[in-house]
Design a protein around this ligand. Structure first.
Ligand SMILES: C[S@@+](CC[C@H](N)C(=O)[O-])C[C@H]1O[C@@H](n2cnc3c(N)ncnc32)[C@H](O)[C@@H]1O
Length: 253
């Protein structure tokens, strides 16, 4: 199952909010070259374009499906690439990445590499979820374990891809003149019968569902939906609260 822009954007307000909060802390007034790594359908990239209309803004993503949606906006340059191998020809003033780098390994190597792609005075701005201990994630681990799909899905489960905040200080301090690192827990208030399962369908479950064929795919998702619904009981007004921790990093060369 590939990334699906429509499903992803069904929680577009909640998913874009951390990009707005991250961008507000980027201390660059007139960047010439800006990249959005893991641009998805372009929701975060359009924020960059709106803040710096004169900059060359490039959205980078590996998903053809996400880029097909993003390309509807022709004022922005879109590039298909794997961030792990992304080596821009020219140095950038801002490298921005919202809700993406937790899909990549070895942050101790990746982040210094991105810092090296910055021009003097440039800024690396990153936001990653840090909710891997929450019920939405441990239910995934429970459903994977012991199921007929365990051998195929276990290697795809990202147990704890984002370090604690201090680890990012240690990784980036040798490369940065200024560092601003913080964490936030959003309390998303969601509508619908099983909204946490719907949310996961558009992001967390994408690689797992993609590794299964029918009828196993539906069986896996039905079991996930059943268990995650029990873990997030609705409030008296019928809405569901979805607490979501996120880590923010702004590093300046
Ligand atoms: C959760 S979406 C983030 C979209 C957008 N930045 C936002 O703020 O909502 C994550 C995106 O990262 C992309 N992605 C994941 N791993 C990637 C990689 N190694 N290289 C390029 N893009 C990647 C996915 O295709 C997906 O579009």
């Amino acid at each position: 199952m590939p990334w699906d822009p429509r499903t992803y954007l069904s929680f577009g307000t909640e998913r874009t909010r951390p990009a707005i909060d991250l961008l507000a802390r980027v201390p660059h007034e007139r960047p010439r070259r800006v990249a959005d790594l893991g641009c998805g359908p372009g929701n975060s990239t359009r924020l960059l374009r709106a803040r710096w209309p004169e900059a060359h803004v490039t959205g980078v993503d590996s998903s053809e499906e996400m880029l097909a949606e993003a390309r509807k906006d022709s004022a922005i340059r879109w590039e298909q690439a794997d961030i792990a191998r992304w080596r821009p020809r020219e140095r950038h003033d801002v490298i921005f990445s919202n809700a993406t780098l937790h899909w990549l390994d070895d942050h101790a190597a990746l982040l210094p590499c991105l810092m090296a792609a910055l021009a003097p005075g440039g800024v690396l701005a990153v936001q990653m979820p840090r909710n891997f201990a929450s019920a939405s994630h441990f239910v995934v681990r429970d459903v994977v374990s012991g199921g007929p799909w365990e051998a195929r899905l276990k290697p795809l489960v990202r147990l704890d891809p984002v370090h604690e905040a201090a680890a990012y200080y240690r990784i980036l301090a040798p490369h940065a003149r200024g560092l601003d690192i913080w964490q936030t827990e959003y309390l998303h208030v969601l509508e619908g019968d099983n909204p946490v399962a719907d949310w996961a369908h558009g992001s967390l479950l994408v690689p797992l569902l993609g590794a299964l064929d029918e009828p196993e795919r539906s069986a896996f998702e039905a079991e996930y939906r059943r268990r995650v619904k029990a873990a997030y009981a609705p409030q008296a007004d019928g809405r569901t609260l979805f607490p979501f921790k996120r880590l923010f990093i702004v590093a300046q060369t």
